[in-house]
Design a protein around this ligand. Structure first.
Ligand code: NAD
Ligand code: UPG
Length: 466
């Protein structure tokens, strides 16, 4: 079976870039990405490529090449479902904020609503692909809805989790370490569906890197991968605190352990804490799944990754307060960076949000500069915490579009995101314009300690005991 039409429900961080890359690599497939969010679809269709809803290096060029040729963005969901042979579900699966499993389980209401819509609209057999990250065994629920609500057409359900990281989405999609496809290979139709998706990826991904498994293994592998990655960050962050107490340096420790080929050098950067829309949500989901099977030791083991991450954010802000003579009330503190990592405008679960909230509780005056995050986004992130009124947040925190102005007259600079441009600032001039003593709290360990201390700064680097 050669797929000629695809519909992707959900034009977000995953749906948009993933479909753009498939459209680029498979010009013979017509792809429609749909969303209920009209503003988002309008932004994807904007003639000004700077206005795409998602910033990812290399993405605008691919959208320019494919849009309105074989890649379309639309709000007409029924039409796109009706026309497609294969439908990717790429909607959000946030942590539940209500009811049973509140604060832990994934909220599957968007997934269920997609399944019901597909069942209602579909008049021909379809392959439905789970692209969203889902609790293991969700495919069974989707199948039950499709089979019971549908018009008697046949549905094959595949799991095809996405492993792209933000900031490198296009590169990750063009050169994935592996593509994972879970399907029911016990039936002829199941086998054909798996093969149809394999054939799409095989256009640019080497066959050996396309892995097929049963559906449950595929669903669980996605949660497992994120749990292992986040655990690495929490592990190195736990060691960063020991380094600070003992005079060791986490950069040296990371290098030393990373040269062991069994450990490997990647994902060993100590930080102010991991953020992003996935790690916390997916581990909480894993913890919830483990608890629901009565596996309490397993649940506690993974929950510790989150506990450590919360601790890392809190101890960063605590250290700022105690270093600034136990009070930051009325003091200007500059935040360089708000995004959860460099090269993205995404701020979901960014450590900066928690660190800012803690410091605002101490009545600090914060000025933020981030090269890609909008002022509106920053205030929304703070307001969503509901710690204080929106008016108070606006009084206590200012967003600057110029980093030098953000640093002027400041008592301390906190580096929250590892944007490359921060390394090349004129730190001498920044120092001259700051209150003295001038402090830098480097939550990403990106500045050159000797150079910065030579200028006169008091420099704290996460994980450095010297
Ligand atoms: N962000 C990442 O880097 C990343 C990477 C891998 C996997 N994932 C997973 O992929 C999924 C999507 O994540 P995202 O970051 O793209 O989310 P997102 O919030 O950026 O996008 C989801 C989109 O789905 C739309 N939507 C929700 N319900 C809908 C419906 N019924 N019909 C049509 N549109 C609907 C929303 O309006 C939104 O635009 C999640 O499960 C996430 O865990 C995310
Ligand atoms: O050594 C490291 C590596 C990462 N981080 C932080 O960890 C967070 C997550 O970073 P990263 O994993 O690079 O970005 P995400 O876009 O969140 O990607 C993760 O989450 C996605 C959503 O599930 C998966 O698809 C990806 O494979 C997985 O890497 C960020 O705050 C990083 O700053 C560190 O602090 N130290």
């Amino acid at each position: 079976m050669k797929i000629k039409t695809i519909c992707c429900i959900g034009a977000g961080y995953v749906g948009g870039p993933t479909m753009a890359v498939i459209a680029k690599q498979c010009p013979e497939i017509r792809i429609t990405v749909v969303d209920i969010n009209e503003a988002r679809i309008a932004a994807w269709n904007s003639s000004n490529l700077d206005e795409l809803p998602i910033f990812e290096p290399g993405l605008a060029d691919i959208v320019k090449e494919t849009r309105d040729k074989n890649l379309f963005f639309s709000t007409d969901i029924d039409k796109a479902i009706d026309e497609a042979e294969m439908i990717f579900i790429s909607v959000n699966t946030p942590t539940k904020t209500y009811g049973k499993g509140k604060g832990m389980a994934s909220d599957l209401k968007y997934i269920e609503s997609c399944a019901r819509q597909i069942a209602r609209v579909a008049k021909q057999d379809k392959i439905v692909v789970e692209k969203s990250t889902l609790p293991v065994r969700t495919a069974a629920a989707i199948k039950s809805i499709l089979d019971n609500v549908g018009n008697g057409v046949q549905f094959q359900i595949l799991s095809n989790p996405e492993f792209l990281a933000e900031g490198t989405a296009v590169q990750d999609l063009l050169n994935p370490d592996r593509v994972l496809i879970g399907g029911d290979e016990s039936t002829k139709e199941g086998k054909e569906a798996v093969q149809a998706l394999v054939d799409i990826y095989a256009k640019w991904v080497p066959k050996d890197n396309i892995l097929t498994t049963n559906v449950w293994s595929s669903e669980l592998s996605k949660l497992t991968a994120n749990a292992f990655l986040a655990q690495r960050v929490s592990s190195i962050n736990a060691m960063s605190e020991i380094c600070e107490k003992t005079g060791a340096d986490i950069t040296e420790v990371s290098k030393a352990i990373g040269m062991d080929s069994r450990i490997g050098p990647k994902f060993l950067n100590a930080s102010v804490g991991f953020g992003g829309s996935c790690f916390q949500k997916d581990i909480l989901n894993l913890v919830y799944i483990a608890k629901s099977y009565g596996l309490n030791e397993v649940a506690d083991y993974w929950e510790q990754v989150i506990i450590m991450n919360d601790h890392q954010k809190n101890r960063f802000s605590d250290n700022i307060v105690s270093t600034l003579y136990n009070t930051v009330s009325g003091k200007k503190i500059t935040f360089l960076g708000w995004a959860f990592k460099k090269d993205t405008n995404d701020t979901r679960e960014s450590a900066a949000i928690k660190v800012a909230d803690n410091l605002l509780n101490e009545q600090a005056q914060i000025e933020v500069y981030d090269p890609k995050v909008t002022e509106e986004r920053i205030y929304t992130d703070l307001d969503n915490l509901k710690t204080r009124s929106s008016e108070e947040n606006k009084n206590l925190l200012t967003v600057q579009s110029d980093p030098y102005r953000a640093c002027k007259n400041s008592h301390a600079i906190a580096i929250l995101t590892e944007w490359d441009e921060f390394k090349n600032y004129d730190w001498e001039s920044i120092y001259k314009n700051m209150q003295k003593p001038a402090f830098i709290f480097d939550g990403r360990g990106i500045l050159d300690k000797a150079l910065i201390e030579n200028i006169g700064f008091t420099y704290y680097k996460i994980g450095s005991g010297n």
